[in-house]
Ligand binder design. Structure first.
Ligand SMILES: C[S@@+](CC[C@H](N)C(=O)[O-])C[C@H]1O[C@@H](n2cnc3c(N)ncnc32)[C@H](O)[C@@H]1O
Length: 202
């Protein structure tokens, strides 16, 4: 187990992780571990804290550490969605280990309707744009989020080509887009960008 940003993060050899694998929870769309881009957003939020009342949705949440960080550090109400039901027990395990609450359910990006998204102020996603076909899916999701009244969307990535494409398309489509470059040496060496779309404008 390692500790970072006030969170306990279990590694693949931890007995509870091995137990979940033995029980058949084997992630099918790369949600088999905690990915580093979440650290890029955690580091950004540490410098730009969230208000406690912020309603956060973590999309493609995997083990949910980014959402759990928002719940633990800022006291936000956080919900997670992921297309792969097998990641959800790992999220619940980390919620228990860290003594925070985070609700999560199986849903795809495509299933998030305007009505559903209207329950949130902020959408977060880390390492979720890794296939070319995810770029238009995520742009469409941003459009629906804007209609729903979501205020801000942050997506972090080590700059894979589909993410760079997403970033370019978001800059063409939305008026208020910021791209934050990050280079971390702690808690891991990681680099990448955070695409921040302020959906209040347009
Ligand atoms: C590389 S993992 C990142 C997981 C987590 N965000 C992290 O940083 O550790 C990508 C996650 O996106 C989920 N995912 C992929 N396509 C999706 C879709 N269309 N809708 C919802 N989740 C999706 C996968 O199941 C997986 O958990």
């Amino acid at each position: 187990m390692r500790r970072a940003h006030g969170l306990k993060i279990l590694n693949a050899r931890h007995k509870e992780i091995r137990r979940l694998k033995r029980e058949g929870h084997v992630a099918e769309i790369h949600g088999n571990k905690f990915w580093n881009s979440s650290f890029l957003i955690m580091d950004h939020l540490r410098r730009h804290p969230l208000a406690k009342r912020t309603r956060v949705l973590e999309i493609g949440c995997g083990w949910g550490l980014l959402g759990l960080y928002c719940a633990k550090r800022f006291g936000c109400r956080v919900h997670g969605i992921d297309a792969d039901a097998h990641v959800l027990p790992y999220l619940q395990l980390h919620a228990d280990v860290n003594e925070v609450k985070m609700m999560a359910e199986k849903k795809t990006f495509q299933q998030l309707t305007v009505d559903y998204l209207s329950n949130f102020d902020l959408i977060l996603g880390a390492d979720i744009c890794f296939w070319d076909e995810l770029t238009p899916v995520l742009i469409n999701l941003m459009n629906r989020a804007q209609k729903a009244g979501v205020k801000e969307i942050m997506i972090a990535d080590p700059c894979r080509p589909p993410f760079n494409d997403l970033s370019n398309k978001a800059q063409e489509r939305f008026d208020e887009v910021t791209v934050v470059e990050k280079f971390l040496s702690k808690p891991v060496r990681a680099s990448g960008e955070i695409l921040i779309v302020n959906t209040r404008y347009n």
